[in-house]
Design a protein around this ligand. Structure first.
Ligand code: DGL
Length: 276
């Protein structure tokens, strides 16, 4: 299986359609390549699931990408990056797909936050699973022990965005409630550690007030991918330059194409697949 498949494409994975916001930036910054996007909409959200389940689901998605000519997969989902990436890189790839690469979205955001924070106090907003994994704090402190990290789970924000209720009056109150503690921590930098929060960025920014820099993966990851491909010509030269994107989803609901088109910024047509 692994041996037969080619190395032409770049895979982008998310639990649902939120990763399309990151793919939008990726295709803008790196337009010439051939992309496959997969959203595991039948089983999303991942953010309330256990590490074991998230790992199993993510490895099934990895199989799909590597059976379909991908050289490299980006886990655009923070929850999958936090809960499954390390084990995939250390165990799953060496055993099953030596030579293939899987990258996540946490490290690019973390590197940017460390570079930008002046007072070494960084806040994170993310799903419950991501916060419980402790991955953001661990990876930040691995790079700089003196940084204080404050993580806040915001479990209601994904359903709000999925319901298209960003402008509902309750959304402001919910954001206010989630950020109340973080505001007391004197952070100067906040990472939006969830694919969906980009759509709430202005509201979050307004609630935090001036002087707090927001780190968005949708802005950082595309640049980091460009650098990665420049630094890995052995991967870059195998990639097709057909300038194309295909979309797959495990549940073809009307909302995947509708909300997906909002996240991606243009109309998308997805095909349904089953992961097992
Ligand atoms: N994609 C997820 C993330 O970035 C959010 C949605 C979910 O919980 O599945 O953490």
């Amino acid at each position: 299986m692994a041996g037969k498949s080619g190395n032409k494409k770049i895979g982008v994975f998310d639990s649902g359609f939120g990763g399309l916001d990151i793919l939008k930036g990726i295709t803008k910054e790196n337009p010439y390549y051939e992309y496959i996007y997969l959203g595991d909409t039948a089983r999303s959200p991942y953010g309330t699931r256990t590490q074991e389940t998230i790992y199993t689901f993510t490895t099934q998605a990895i199989d799909f990408f590597f059976e379909n000519d991908c050289a490299l997969v980006i886990l655009a989902c923070n929850t999958a990056s936090a809960e499954a990436l390390k084990k995939i890189q250390e165990e799953y790839l060496p055993q099953k797909y030596p030579g293939k690469k899987v990258l996540g979205v946490l490290i690019p955001a973390i590197e940017e936050a460390i570079e930008k924070s002046k007072n070494k106090r960084i806040g994170i907003v993310a799903t419950k699973s991501t916060v419980e994994s402790g991955a953001f704090t661990r990876e930040i402190n691995k790079r700089d022990k003196s940084i204080k990290v404050f993580e806040q789970a915001c479990p209601l924000l994904v359903p709000i965005v999925e319901a298209g209720e960003q402008n509902h009056p309750a959304t402001k109150l919910i954001i206010e409630g989630y950020l109340k503690n973080l505001k007391k921590k004197e952070i100067d930098t906040l990472i939006l550690g969830c694919t969906h929060y980009g759509l709430l960025e202005n509201k979050i920014k307004k609630e935090l007030g001036k002087g707090i820099r927001i780190i968005s993966e949708a802005r950082i990851v595309p640049k980091k991918l460009k650098e990665y491909l420049q630094n890995h010509p052995e991967i870059e030269k195998t990639l097709s330059k057909k300038k194309k994107a295909e979309f797959y989803s495990t549940d073809l609901s009307e909302s995947f194409c509708r909300l997906g088109s909002i996240f991606f910024g243009e109309k998308i047509k997805a095909k349904k697949i089953t992961l097992e």
